[in-house]
Design a protein around this ligand. Structure first.
Ligand code: HEC
Length: 204
């Protein structure tokens, strides 16, 4: 009975979401209306990227990939329950990808649109654009949501955990398999496009 109620809830939620039908609009990052989003969004995404690399490099040096998995899992995302210092207008930060290790990082519809846009360019042999800006308009809400996406690639430091599984030690492979049974985020090479950091910026 409980399960039936839960699936009913899921159906109702899905129907509600479809009704709201957000309009996802890509804005030229050079456009004047994107300036405020860029200013806060670029600062926040740069901070997240720097922190990720610094912490990973330190953890890899100190304990190897097995120890560093915990850094990537628990600390790499300074997710903003509290605002980032000096950036109160940044209300959310998230990493996402088309090839996920943790299903909890799965894209929402607007993130999916951003990922698809870059994937199409990459499939065409074009470089991934560094930045995307989105304005999301939802019927019934006064203010649109503004997002900045920073795209990033695989660096040598990422290969320990996102390179080929053959290059991983059996203990690392076992750890990743145990924690992430659906892991699709291996097999990358240096320079491959990996995914996006998404920053939501509140524009007053
Ligand atoms: C020590 C192992 C390790 C290294 C090195 C590592 N990652 Fe990860 N990565 C992980 C783990 C574990 C997760 C899952 C995190 C979670 O549970 O949210 C992850 C998740 C991610 C995600 C989120 C999407 C997903 O697949 O769930 C991205 C994006 C990502 N890593 C990019 C990188 C990049 C870029 C680098 C190099 C700068 C890197 N990682 C280096 C272990 C690692």
């Amino acid at each position: 009975m409980k399960i039936h109620l839960l699936s009913l809830c899921a159906l109702l939620t899905a129907a509600g979401a479809a009704e709201a039908d957000p309009r996802i609009i890509f804005i030229d990052p050079a456009a004047p209306e994107a300036a405020a989003v860029r200013q806060a969004g670029e600062a926040a995404s740069a901070r997240v990227a720097t922190r990720l690399i610094t912490e990973l490099t330190a953890a890899l040096g100190a304990g190897g990939p097995e120890k560093a998995v915990d850094v990537c899992h628990t600390r790499a995302l300074p997710l903003t329950k509290e605002p980032l210092p000096g950036l109160p207008q940044v209300t959310a930060v998230k990493r996402t990808s088309l090839r996920l290790r943790n299903p909890a990082n799965a894209p929402d519809p607007a993130e999916q649109a951003a990922l698809d846009r870059i994937a199409a360019l990459v499939a065409d042999g074009k470089p991934a654009p560094a930045l995307l800006i989105q304005k999301i308009e939802t019927t019934g809400t006064a203010a649109p949501e503004w997002r900045l996406y920073r795209s990033f690639g695989i660096q040598p430091a990422c290969l320990a955990c996102h390179g080929t599984t053959e290059s991983q030690s059996s203990s690392l492979r076992a750890l990743l398999r145990e924690r992430y049974p659906q892991d699709a985020a291996t097999g990358y090479a240096v320079g491959d496009w990996r995914g996006l950091v998404r920053v939501t910026v509140r524009i007053p």
